[in-house]
Each structure stands twice: as structure tokens, then as C-alpha cells.
Design a protein around this ligand. Structure first.
Ligand code: NDP
Length: 263
């Protein structure tokens, strides 16, 4: 299927690793020009260089912290300068947490709010008018199954991802008259290098069977009894951003191997 993305420009936050990198590669395969945003300057530059080489499309790696207003402004400016505008925004940068409500200080709550919610607000505020000038576009917010089915060790993650879901719904209604579709994906267990690193750390003291550890996580949470690959999720995310999904707006899509326990 031709996704109709070859003349588009996509900004992907958290594009240097894991799911964001997979999404950027999938766009690049379709001929989309990509802007990757992440904090580690060398890693994001390297990821963009590799994508440009492998897929023969233009790729910009922009170092910035999207949890800050300055970082978001610099990303908007960099994308506009490099490619003259933007058609697609994937708000993907994010990370898990581990705390109790009784112990977590205010600044921890604030930092996750800034990363999971304010980054999406600020980037949409800057980029939606630019998309509208080009006839419309798509915004995809990467939340988590934890937005609707919490894991109890990470209340801050659960709450801020749930807020992103509501933000996404509000954006969808506000932006559709501008020709901009806004949707959300709620991934379940997606096997990223970070999961493998964590599994190796957690299994080190008990014999180092990190694959067994990951299998036990999948067995406990996902009826499909395995992690999803980055590619399985990225293909779906890129489809949602494409003109082929032109009637999909304001929706939440679970990509979770059946992990969601409600209808
Ligand atoms: P990774 O940790 O593998 O990658 C995170 C990416 O985000 C990196 O490129 C990182 O680069 C970047 N990043 C982190 N903080 C910032 C910041 N403040 N500003 C700019 N870039 C930032 O994460 P995943 O790929 O696993 O997760 C991606 C998204 O998917 C997250 O929002 C996560 O909550 C969500 N998700 C993941 C699931 C999974 O099983 N993997 C399941 C459900 C949801 P750098 O550190 O250089 O900034």
C-alpha cells in the first residue's frame, strides 16, 4: 500500500532510540523527510545520519529537551528552517517512573507533566498553524496502556499519560477544522533496547536469564505472551499519520497484544 507520505515532513520527539527511532525509520522508508528530537546530541545526530544513509531521505537530528519551552521552540524553528514546514508531529518522548504518591516530591510530578503533557501542548501550539498553512496534517500522541490500566508502582507515569490522552481528545476537536487529525496510541509491552537493559540488570543476581525475565513479564501481562516489536508498533503509528487514515480522528488505539482487560 502506498501511504502517500513521500512528500511530507515528520517531526518525531524521542526519535533517537526505541519506539521513536522505529517510527522515524518507518517514515523514512516511505520517503518522508524526518526531524528527530532528543537530548543526547551525538546519539540523535548519529540516528539521523544512519537513516539518511539507509533510506536516502533527508533526516535532521535536533538536540533539545522537549520538556522545556526553549527546547520546543528550538525544535519548531529547526524543522521550519530545514524543510520549510511540517506536516506530521509524533509526540513520543517519554519515560516510566517509580514512586509512591506519599513519597514523590512536587518537582518529580512537574518534570513528568512537562515531558508528557506540556511538550505536546507547546509543539502543537507551534506546529499546528504551520501544518494548517500547508493544507493540514496529523498529530499522533504516544501515551501508554498505563493511561487507562495503571501499573501501581508508577502513579506519576499513569497520571501524566492519562492527561495526554485527554489533551489528545481536546486537540482533535480543536484542530480538525484546520485539517489536522489528532490520535493516540496506547502501546502495551514493546521490546526496546531499554527493556533489554533493564531485564539484564534485574536478572543479573539470579543467573542472568534476561530473556526468561522478559518472558515472565509478557506471561504476566499480555495474553499474546510476548512483547511487541518496535516495528509492529511503528508500522501502525505511521499508517495513522498517513492520508490512508484520513477518517481517523480523536481515536485511541491500543497496540498491546490483548493486555487491556476492559472493552
Ligand atoms: P526509550 O527510552 O527507548 O527512548 C526514549 C527517547 O526519548 C530517546 O530518544 C530519548 O533520547 C528521548 N527523550 C527522553 N526524554 C526526552 C526529553 N526530555 N527531550 C527530548 N527527548 C527525550 O523509550 P521508548 O521507546 O520505550 O518509549 C517511547 C515512548 O513510548 C514513551 O513515551 C513511553 O512512555 C511510551 N511507551 C513505551 C512502552 C514500551 O514498552 N517501550 C509501552 C508504552 C508506552 P535522550 O535520552 O537523548 O533525550
Amino acid at each position: 500500500m502506498d501511504l502517500g507520505l513521500s512528500d511530507k515532513v515528520a517531526v518525531i520527539t524521542g526519535g533517537s532510540a526505541g519506539i521513536g527511532l522505529g517510527v522515524a525509520r518507518c517514515f523514512a522508508r516511505e520517503g518522508t523527510r524526518v526531524v528527530l528530537a532528543a537530548r543526547d546530541r551525538e546519539r540523535v545526530a548519529g540516528a539521523a545520519r544512519d537513516i539518511a544513509e539507509e533510506f536516502g531521505t533527508e533526516a535532521l537530528g535536533h538536540p533539545c529537551d522537549v520538556a522545556t519551552a526553549e527546547g520546543c521552540d528550538s525544535l519548531i524553528d529547526a524543522a521550519r528552517e530545514a524543510f520549510g514546514g511540517v506536516d506530521i508531529l509524533v509526540n513520543n518522548a517519554g519515560t516510566g517512573s517509580n514512586e509512591t504518591i506519599l513519597d514523590a516530591p512536587d518537582d518529580k510530578w512537574q518534570s513528568y507533566w512537562d515531558l508528557h503533557v506540556m511538550a505536546a501542548v507547546r509543539l502543537a501550539r507551534g506546529l499546528a498553524p504551520i501544518m494548517a498553512e500547508r493544507g493540514g496534517g496529523a498529530i499522533l500522541n504516544n501515551a501508554s496502556i498505563c493511561a487507562v490500566q495503571p501499573l501501581w508502582y508508577e502513579p506519576i507515569y499513569n497520571v501524566t499519560k492519562a492527561a495526554l490522552l485527554m489533551l489528545s481528545k481536546n486537540m482533535a476537536t480543536e484542530f480538525i477544522p484546520m485539517g489536522i487529525r489528532v490520535n493516540t496510541v496506547n502501546p502495551g509491552l514493546i521490546l526496546t533496547p531499554d527493556w533489554i537493559k533493564t531485564a539484564k540488570q534485574l536478572s543479573a543476581d539470579t543467573g542472568g536469564d534476561w530473556e526468561g525475565y522478559l518472558q515472565s513479564v509478557a506471561d504476566e501481562h499480555a495474553p499474546i505472551r510476548r512483547f511487541g516489536t518496535v516495528e509492529e508498533l511503528a508500522d501502525f503509528m505511521v499508517f495513522l499519520c498517513s492520508p490512508r487514515a484520513s477518517y481517523v480522528s480523536g481515536s485511541v488505539h491500543h497496540v498491546d497484544g490483548g493486555m487491556l482487560r476492559s472493552i
